[in-house]
Design a protein around this ligand. Structure first.
Ligand code: ADP
Ligand code: MG
Length: 367
């Protein structure tokens, strides 16, 4: 079993506003060997951590917390919760996604587990359902309120494509990126993301407040910022507190940018894609205020490097990664420029990864 991590090309902080996102699966992922048991025992072995953990299906306890075993255990719980008949299993797994850097090692672990459970128990579960069961595990069992993007990309991406997801309807479309000589460079700032939890919750709250005010003052009943237009945001500027105006303007513009990025890929216009990535970063930094000095420095260094079409912070912010669309031959130059010129402004030397858009979860049956 192999399930990839994911990186979001564009569409940040739009998922909880019922908007659009455009992630792709990474070549990095979690590889899992799975064997069905005839009893109720779940035996887990995390090779990378050098740790093992066992529990019975009858001991599953939602809300148990963020310990590593709860990500796979939560998926067993989600299957049972939805009425599937499943037996215990031995799962041994390891991966090459940096853990906790915003590239969704957690979703990869969940999706690999979900696919393993379905395969071992001969259940007919499609990729969307695998993603939903995985998200349920993370939301309800681990207790992390993530959207559906991560699990969706890990479960159903197609090689060479990004997944354009409507986070309201869960409609999705595979968008061919037609990259010929280009790759996606992922630069992990390795900044401690301790701020990200509280600030993330605050942004969600600010979006809700902005929407409430817009509905109240404009006599409307919109259910999310997804339904607000750029003109309406400008009209709302007179009554929205400045912070709420800037937050909601970012969300409305970012949704628009996702749609424009899809079109730009379809017409092969990489300079347009690059500009949209730059605009997205600028909005995240100035209007949404979820970037940080290190992410700005990495993005700006990338922008000024020949062969880079565009770059932006990716993920919730306050640390995590920058993604750059770069000519494959120019990637070494980008790396050395960052290591030479930007590194003085960083606490730790960043880590670099390169990926092409990879396929979602794959099952290999060993005889
Ligand atoms: P991200 O998904 O951005 O990498 P999260 O904090 O959401 O970060 O998830 C990381 C958690 O997922 C880890 O703390 C660990 O509990 C679990 N995890 C991910 N990859 C592995 C792995 N290879 N082995 C064991 N646990 C893992
Ligand atoms: Mg995660």
């Amino acid at each position: 079993m192999f399930a990839p991590g994911r990186v979001n090309l564009i569409g940040e902080h739009t998922d909880y506003n019922e908007g659009f996102v455009l992630p792709l699966a990474t070549e990095m992922g979690i590889t899992m060997e799975a064997v069905l048991r005839s009893d109720e025992l779940i035996r887990l072995k995390a090779v990378d951590l050098g740790k093992e953990f066992s529990l019975s299906l009858s001991e599953l306890n939602p809300g148990d917390g963020k310990q590593w075993w709860n990500y796979p255990a939560g998926v067993f719980w989600a299957f049972l919760e939805e009425g599937y008949q499943v037996k215990g299993a031995d799962l041994v797994f390891s991966g090459d996604i940096p853990i906790g850097s915003g590239l969704s090692s957690s979703a990869a672990l969940e999706v690999a587990t979900a696919a393993a459970i379905a395969k071992l128990n001969r259940l007919e579960v499609d990729a969307i359902k695998l993603a939903l069961l995985s998200q349920k595990a993370e939301n309800r069992y681990v207790g992390v309120q993530c959207g559906i993007m991560d699990q969706f990309a890990s479960a159903l991406a197609i090689s060479g494509h990004a997944v354009f997801i409507d986070c309201r309807s869960l409609d999705h479309e595979h968008i061919p990126l037609n990259l010929s000589g280009q790759v996606l460079a992922i630069i992990d700032s390795r900044v401690n993301r301790s701020l990200s939890g509280t600030e993330y919750n605050r942004r969600r709250e600010e979006c809700r407040e902005a929407l409430n005010l817009i509905n109240q003052k404009m006599g409307q009943k919109k259910s999310s910022l997804r339904d607000v237009s750029c003109i309406e945001i400008e009209n709302a500027r007179s009554f929205l507190p400045d912070v709420l105006y800037r937050r909601s303007r970012f969300v409305v513009e970012e949704n628009q940018r996702v749609i424009e990025t899809v079109k730009a890929f379809q017409s092969g216009d990489l300079s347009k894609v690059g500009q949209l990535m730059i605009d997205s970063h600028t909005g995240l930094s100035d209007l949404y205020e979820v970037s940080c000095r290190e992410l700005d420095l990495l993005a700006e260094t990338a922008w000024s490097t020949p062969g880079v079409w565009g770059a932006r912070m990716t993920g919730a912010g306050f640390g995590g990664c920058v993604i750059a669309l770069v000519e494959r031959t120019e990637f070494p130059k980008l790396k050395s420029r960052i290591l030479e010129s930007a590194v003085d402004g960083l606490e730790q030397a960043p880590h670099f990864y390169v990926t092409e858009p990879a396929a979602g979860c794959r099952v290999k049956v060993l005889e």
